[in-house]
Design a protein around this ligand. Structure first.
Ligand SMILES: CC(C)(COP(=O)(O)OP(=O)(O)OC[C@H]1O[C@@H](n2cnc3c(N)ncnc32)[C@H](O)[C@@H]1OP(=O)(O)O)[C@@H](O)C(=O)NCCC(=O)NCCS
Length: 426
């Protein structure tokens, strides 16, 4: 793993800048150098910003007198982990101006970010990556995976009782009318027992408004966002956010539906929403990304293969404070194991940690001991933490070592009844 420089000390030739909202134009200019976009800065300034400016940091090139790099994070104060929530940092807006790339600016920013997390008491840092090869070297492990699907129109679903009784309305998405409902149902669906680890919620007003923003120049020929609202006995139980694009082929209409998020509090709602999405006139295909690996849709589909599932990385997780993170989650089986953790970046994490807990108990004992039976790098601990990667799989890959009976115990304890995942990219 990469050795990191001292936090809060930028490389030679760069200096730290205190970021404020007044610098939005400069920040967006830097951001568009890192992530090219066709929009002007003037247009981007008119969009909702998801940033908490007090958690944004930037570096400036002294010689060129311009912003060179930035990063920010979202304060996920109730980030879902197995059986609990804990404060986490959602690392985001990581960008280095191409003129200054590969000079260690990202390394420097990660050192600062991890130190900030420790100072704020955030035991884990999570992110969704632009490129999967970037963050492993800093101790981020692949913690959840998702599939994207291209469903043919009319794809058959297995029947679910009471689906017919769910009322579904078709509406143009209007933040004033729907955003609070969407935020609430999204949060509640992730919290339904036993809870979905990694189900990041849009906790702040900025994140909600950013999610709801639907700039015309990003639509790529699609209509504005539509919403299906599902209700049972007049109480909303779910929604689907989607948009359509009409096209014509040699045999007739060939429209596409792009689905952004489908949330249902019960099986009948999920079935009712998907039944509508899969049968919309003038369309032939329904695309959705970010489907968690045990999403009910995957169980309902009669022909999964026809949806051409594509697997992708989703959340990357960095354990910043090993004992605090291990104590914060619950374990799905009785556990008494010792983990020898190596962390080249954060020395306080190094050492042997004994975990003792009963199945699903909130009482978890973490103690530092002299030696460990299972050995792994902190990156692998990040992969295990949400229950999305099994210890046995890591052992098979040679990324974790230990006696087979201990690995088996660790595998059962770190698993969780629901697969982890986030339904949105941050
Ligand atoms: C990705 C990015 C932030 C890297 O910044 P940088 O300042 O060039 O990175 P550093 O010089 O600190 O590199 C640190 C290490 O990561 C490696 N690295 C950096 N970017 C990488 C990439 N995209 N893929 C693989 N490795 C990468 C470097 O080679 C270096 O490796 P080393 O420790 O073995 O020498 C920058 O290239 C960028 O802004 N890219 C476009 C926007 C983007 O993708 N941002 C990330 C959003 S999640």
């Amino acid at each position: 793993m990469a050795q990191l420089p001292q936090p809060f000390t930028p490389p030679d030739g760069f200096s730290e800048v205190v970021v404020t909202q007044a610098m939005a134009a400069d920040i967006l200019t830097l951001d568009t150098w890192a992530f090219p976009t066709p929009q002007s800065i003037e247009e981007l300034l008119g969009w909702a910003s998801p940033l908490d400016w007090s958690r944004a940091r930037a570096l400036r090139s002294v010689e060129r007198e311009t912003l060179a790099a930035m990063h920010a994070s979202y304060a996920f104060s109730r980030f879902p982990v197995p059986g609990a929530t804990l404060p986490a940092a959602g690392l985001t807006w990581v960008g280095v101006h191409p003129e200054f790339r590969r000079r260690g600016l990202l390394k420097s920013m990660i050192a600062t970010h991890l130190a900030d997390c420790r100072d704020r008491g955030e035991a884990i840092s999570v992110l969704t990556a632009s490129e999967p090869a970037i963050y492993g070297r800093f101790g981020y492990g692949l913690a959840s995976q998702v599939v994207s699907l291209a469903l043919p129109r009319g794809a058959a679903l297995r029947p679910v009782p009471a689906s017919e009784q769910v009322a579904v309305t078709f509406e143009v998405f209007d933040p004033a009318k729907h955003l609070a409902l969407v935020t609430d149902l999204h949060q509640r669906s992730g919290a339904l027992p036993p809870g979905r680890p990694g189900w990041a919620t849009r906790e702040t007003t900025q994140l909600q408004e950013f999610f709801a923003d639907d700039p015309e120049s990003l639509r790529d020929g699609f209509e504005s966002v539509r919403i299906l609202v599902a209700s049972t006995d007049q109480t909303p139980t779910g929604y689907a956010l989607f948009r359509r694009k009409l096209d014509w082929g040699p045999t007739g209409p060939n429209g596409v539906i792009s689905v952004r998020e489908v949330v249902g509090l019960d099986p009948a709602t999920v079935h009712a929403l998907w039944s509508r999405l899969l049968d919309i006139d003038l369309t032939t295909k329904v695309n959705i990304r970010l489907v968690v690996l045990d999403d009910p849709l995957l169980s309902l589909l009669v022909d999964l293969r026809a949806t051409q599932p594509k697997l992708s990385d989703n959340l990357w997780l960095r354990v910043v404070d090993v004992p605090a993170a291990l104590a914060a989650r619950r374990y799905a089986a009785p556990v008494d194991v010792t983990l020898g953790v190596t962390d080249a970046v954060l020395p306080a994490n190094n050492g042997a940690w004994r975990i003792r807990a009963a199945a699903f108990s909130a009482e978890v004992s973490i103690t530092k001991v002299d030696s460990a039976e299972i050995n792994l790098d902190v990156r692998e601990l990040g992969s295990l933490y949400l229950g999305g990667t099994s210890a046995a799989a890591l052992a098979t890959a040679g990324l974790l070592t230990g006696p087979p009976d201990q690995v088996q115990q660790l595998t059962s304890a770190f698993a969780w009844p629901l697969q982890p995942g986030s339904s949105w990219i941050f």
